[in-house]
Design a protein around this ligand. Structure first.
Ligand code: 5AD
Ligand code: SF4
Length: 460
């Protein structure tokens, strides 16, 4: 979602003459787009800002001005603290207000002009802060997405009302909001018209999507939305992320069987394999619910593979709770997963829970879980040897003469292919499997339609 937000900020700023650069070492403006999900991510902000302060001062000595902005969820959660601790920051803005960047920049520029170099030895920032949750959603004010490739993110839902006890998202991103079907389809059509072939529908809790319909008054869920996006000419691959297990309804599950463009790969965070911990996390489902959901998904689409997120060391997690997580991870065989030590977040119920798990125990559990998850992933990658997959070739490969793209299961695939194949969906025979990627070679003619996985696929 942060990549999507950064791209949208670029779209908002392009008419003002700003463009993105690879290295922020001598630039007119820096926007640090932040994540507040775990403490480690949030901590990075102030060390980054120290670097930009030096740049701002060096540029000021050369008579150049620099705007420093902090965006994203850390800004949303700790706006005033940022300005206090880093007074050289000009703009602090939340994830719901970046469409207003042009006016914030105009104000920051005016403030900068008032502070002549002589009188601003401390180089104060403009101190502009906009961390509101506006009544009117930002989407009504954003320009069209600039399609820059063949695969695009499209935000359809934001915010979350689930209040998992470890999570800051409901506080930083606000309550659930779904864009209307009309908006989503118009944007997807525009993307397709600009060459996009793969769309990833995004939302903090994307499968809670409930958008206003084009006609009638019955809200549309994600399953139906996917079916409508699939009808758009040119959209050959659809993905969605991130989902909550309790919001996987029948229409969405059956879409995995019915919609050829829907990739057979689903990121479905489970967080823990212990019912007691799931309940303390307020996840609102049990491990058996998750197992049943997995079965229903596999019945709808036998080729489907899952990835997941795990948290180890949530307050009061016992050895037995952790072993239950290991058992579930083994049983479901997630082909990819992110796992984290629990990080108490200010303002969440988890932060005031007692029975904290000591850091050494968390580290030990995390390392055991990661070994298991890595070996599941490696095992799946190995099982792909000799298989033939569709791959959307949307980037250069590692080596000279290579192109690369993603398999239906999101694995990076590298292969020798001439530039004429760039942007095409091709059939690739897998010849080598690594821990995090695959290599292969072109297998026959480019696939005219990305019909998921070839029929020969043997299940892993
Ligand atoms: N501590 C550790 N991990 C967390 N996540 C969210 N909040 C926390 C936290 N406080 C993880 C969850 C979520 C992913 C995006 O980040 O696993 O699914
Ligand atoms: Fe956070 Fe996801 Fe839970 Fe919402 S559903 S509170 S985003 S972990």
């Amino acid at each position: 979602m942060n990549i999507y937000d950064s791209d949208r900020m670029k779209d908002v700023l392009a008419p003002l003459g700003y463009g993105a650069v690879d290295e922020a070492d001598d630039v007119d403006m820096v926007i640090v787009n932040t994540c507040h999900i775990r403490e480690k991510a949030a901590e990075k902000l102030f060390s980054e800002l120290g670097r930009y302060r030096q740049m701002k001062e060096a540029r000021r000595e050369n008579g150049q001005s620099t705007i420093i902005a902090v965006a994203g969820c850390v800004a949303q959660a700790t706006g005033a603290e940022i300005i206090n601790r880093a007074p050289f920051v000009d703009i602090v803005l939340g994830p719901q207000t970046y469409h207003r960047l042009p006016e914030m920049i105009a104000r920051a520029t005016r403030a900068g002009e008032r502070n002549s170099p002589e009188c601003s030895r401390e180089n104060p920032g403009a101190g502009i802060m906009d961390i509101e949750f506006p009544e009117e959603p930002k989407f009504d004010h954003l320009p069209n997405i600039t399609a820059k490739g063949f695969s695009a993110f499209q935000s359809v839902q934001e915010g979350c009302d689930k209040f998992c006890t470890f999570c800051v998202v409901p506080y930083t991103r606000g309550s659930e909001f779904s864009r209307s079907v009309r908006d989503v389809l118009a944007e997807a059509e525009n993307l397709a018209a600009h060459g996009v072939r793969e769309i990833t529908l995004l939302g903090q809790n994307v499968n809670a999507y409930h958008g206003a319909p084009v006609t009638g008054d019955q809200e549309v869920g994600l399953g139906r939305l996917i079916r409508q996006v699939a009808e758009i000419d040119g959209i050959e691959r659809i993905r969605y992320t991130t989902s909550h297990p309790v919001d996987m309804d029948e229409e969405l599950i059956s879409a995995h069987g019915d919609v050829a463009q829907l990739m057979p790969f689903l990121h479905l965070p489970v967080q823990s394999g212990s019912d007691r911990i799931l309940s303390a996390m307020n996840r609102n489902h049990s491990t058996d619910d998750f197992r049943r959901l997995h079965d229903r998904l596999m019945t709808a689409q036998p080729k489907l593979k899952l990835s997941s997120d795990f948290i180890v060391g949530f307050p009061s997690e016992s050895d037995a709770d952790f072993e239950a997580t290991m058992d579930l991870a083994r049983e479901i065989g997630f082909i990819q997963a992110y796992s984290f030590k629990y990080s108490p977040r200010p303002g969440t119920p988890g932060a005031t829970m007692s029975n904290c798990v000591p850091d050494e125990i968390m580290s030990e559990r995390l390392s055991r879980l990661q070994d298991l998850l890595t070996s599941n992933q490696a095992g799946f990658n190995q099982s792909c040897l000799g298989e033939s997959f569709t791959v959307l070739l949307d980037r250069k490969g590692r080596k000279e003469g290579q192109l690369a793209g993603r398999s239906p299961f999101m694995q990076p695939v590298h292969l020798q292919a001439s530039a004429e194949y760039f942007g095409r969906i091709v059939q690739v025979r897998i010849t080598d499997a690594f821990a995090n990627s695959l290599t292969g070679s072109l297998d026959g003619e480019p696939a005219s339609h990305d019909s998921q996985v070839s029929e020969q696929r043997i299940s892993a």
